[in-house]
Design a protein around this ligand. Structure first.
Ligand SMILES: [Zn+2]
Length: 632
């Protein structure tokens, strides 16, 4: 049997389910379409944003969304994607502008007495510069008088060097951020960064063709830009709710919201504009309590409480609320309704999940049973385009009870390949499983096909028929998904089953990021690369005498690389002591190709056996940025 490698059309069951969505939700309600276009000034005439010759963003990549929704896309997601793909400069209210559709996130520009405050300068320098240029083309060559990061995610600060030049930084242009910003901006990617990047490639579907059988967006925005990422550390921290700052004549009152959508985040009220910036705490979708790329689980209980606090503090004086994704909401009553529904959304998911887990239901069972209140179903902005009711419910379960559902049958299961081999054998062999799975496919039970054929693929990844059938099933599940990131995950899975592992776009570890890591984080990052079994018998210690800081001693013992600052009983007797500056130590820890030469060049003093350092570094392994996901 020859294997097809091309996508299938939507199967009748999926096409019918997608068509039924049109009758289920209020597509006749066009307020979002009006709001997404409201205040439109202009967009860029140059539609490609480039880094040299490489395209990092294409404003027209989603032009296909202007057509009617095809049967290979959930109409609700199509609608959301079309709204999010709108691009250009928009006036939010007098003196506040947004550039939208130039990246995954929005850049907001507030006009001051002398220049502008830039809030959240996108992911890449190139897209941020293009966004600012568009603003200036229509509002004049105003200088950037301050930058503000609403939170510690890269789509809100990575493009900062596109709006701040070296001379601005040297001149002390203020960079404002919530307390804890820098630590969280870098720490999320230090330890599990490789795995997160690999999974993010699935989540945003970077390798998928854009189009009706491919990537149509990510719900929160279309996708991530791929330009130059940087980080300029904040110079002014917001440390308390109610703190007020005036920059370039712009008065701001802050609300700190740590532990919501990000560990360091804030909302901003502009009394002079009756405008409220909700950062990423209230956007036009149900957000993630646990992002599919992987992260530490967020707290919907706190999130809901901070939304109540925002309404209490600012709701009575707000005429427009905007965020760093999607479009604003205008009118005091609508703003309060919007924030209240968002608040209820997170509160309901939290409370009902906990109620059901206390009745003994497990994560998968709660996800299946959870029904949202009709008013929240009717509101478009509560839909799971980015987060989903299903995976957020499991996240709440995980937050309280962890991975184990309490059933001892699940306590010590065989891992995927070992289980798959046994399943397939018990089920009568691969051919028998595939014959029955094809019947399930014909019956439209794609969820089951994906679940069961996964065993055949994991038992024998070279089984081409199994891979093809699994790809077909994942693809149909993608076509039916309302959630943009689910669609991307399904379609990426199908793509890699057909074409093999496509890898991860190059990582984003910029010099700014590495400079922002603390020494403690750097030592920790080395420790997680130690080949444990390979270094069980090693016992060695290196002492770093910093000319400009406290000494640090690393010890490799029992397969664990620990580090201790200063002196005391935990510090091992060093095999070698190296005296040098912190900058040179950082270069060694970051993997300089020839550490001995580097130390010589740096004028380091070595006391003891330098070969021990080489031995220590020899115990480190490299992470795999291209690990398999849909195959063993
Ligand atoms: Zn964001």
């Amino acid at each position: 049997m020859t294997q097809r490698t091309e996508p299938l059309p939507a199967q009748p069951g999926i096409a019918a389910a997608n068509a039924a969505v049109l009758g289920r939700f209020p597509f006749e309600d066009t307020r979002d379409l009006e709001d997404a276009r409201r205040g439109f000034v202009a967009t860029a005439s140059e539609t490609l944003v480039k880094d040299g010759r490489r395209v990092v963003w294409d404003l027209e990549a989603y032009g296909f969304l202007a057509a009617d929704c095809p049967d290979t896309v959930n109409p609700s997601l199509w609608r959301q994607s079309r709204l999010a793909a709108d691009h250009g400069l928009f006036e939010v209210t007098e003196g506040i502008y947004q550039v939208r559709g130039f990246d995954l996130s929005n850049m907001t520009i507030v006009e001051g007495e002398r220049g502008v405050l830039v809030i959240d300068p996108l992911i890449s320098s190139e897209t941020a510069a293009a966004a600012l240029a568009l603003y200036r083309a229509h509002r004049g060559e105003r200088p950037v008088s301050a930058v503000l990061y609403t939170h510690s995610h890269i789509d809100h600060f990575g493009g900062v060097r596109g709006v701040l030049g070296e001379e601005d930084i040297a001149a002390g242009v203020p960079v404002i951020a919530p307390e804890g910003f820098l630590e969280h901006a870098v720490s999320e990617n230090v330890y599990a960064g490789t795995a997160m990047a690999r999974r993010a490639a699935y989540m945003y579907g970077a390798a998928l063709p854009k189009g009706e059988r491919g990537q149509v967006g990510a719900g929160l925005g279309q996708t991530t830009s791929t330009g130059t990422v940087a980080l300029v550390p904040p110079t002014l921290h917001i440390t308390a709710t109610g703190q007020s700052e005036t920059v370039d004549g712009i008065r701001m009152v802050f609300q700190l919201t740590p532990g919501t959508e990000a560990p360091a985040e804030l909302n901003i009220f502009f009394p002079g504009h009756a405008a409220l910036c909700m950062a990423e705490n209230a956007t036009h979708n149900l957000h993630n309590l646990l992002t599919l790329r992987g992260a530490q689980v967020r707290d919907p209980h706190v999130w809901s409480r901070y939304l109540t606090e925002a309404i209490t503090l600012f709701g009575g004086a707000t005429d427009v609320a905007f965020a760093s994704h999607h479009w604003p909401a205008w009118g005091r009553e609508r703003v309060i309704t919007f924030l209240t529904e968002q608040r209820d959304l997170y509160g309901y998911l939290h409370d009902q999940t906990v109620r059901m887990l206390n009745q003994g239901l497990t994560g998968a069972e709660i996800a299946e049973r959870m029904e949202m209140p009709p008013a929240l179903e009717r509101a478009w902005h509560t839909h799971g385009y980015y987060g989903s009711v299903s995976h957020n419910t499991k996240a709440v379960y995980q937050r309280y009870l962890g991975w184990f559902d309490g059933n001892p049958a699940h306590l010590w299961e065989h891992p995927p390949t070992e289980a798959a081999t046994r399943y397939v054998e018990f089920m009568g062999g691969a051919e028998q499983v595939l014959r029955r799975a094809r019947q399930s496919f014909a019956d439209g039970d794609y969820r089951w096909v994906a679940q069961v054929v996964n065993h055949v693929v994991f038992a024998d990844p070279d089984n081409a028929e199994a891979r093809a059938l699994q790809a077909d099933a994942l693809e149909q599940l993608g076509y039916g998904s309302e959630n943009g990131t689910w669609r991307n995950f399904y379609l990426m899975g199908a793509l890699e089953l057909r074409d093999g592992v496509l890898g991860t776009p190059t990582d984003t570890s910029s010099p700014d990021f590495l400079a922002a890591l603390t020494l403690d984080q750097l030592f920790g990052a080395l420790a997680i690369r130690v080949d444990g079994p390979g270094s069980w018998d090693a016992d060695l210690a290196v002492r770093w005498n910093l000319r400009d800081g406290e000494p640090v001693t690393q010890r490799l013992h029992n397969g664990v690389l620990t580090h201790t600052t200063g002196d005391g009983p935990a510090v091992a007797a060093p095999d070698v002591t190296i005296t040098l500056d912190e900058a040179d130590l950082r270069a060694v820890l970051l993997g300089a190709p020839d550490p001995a030469a580097l130390l010589a060049r740096a004028g380091a003093t070595v006391d003891g056996d330098l070969a021990v350092l080489g031995e220590l570094l020899g115990h480190l392994t490299a992470p795999d940025p291209d690990f398999a996901i849909v195959t063993p």
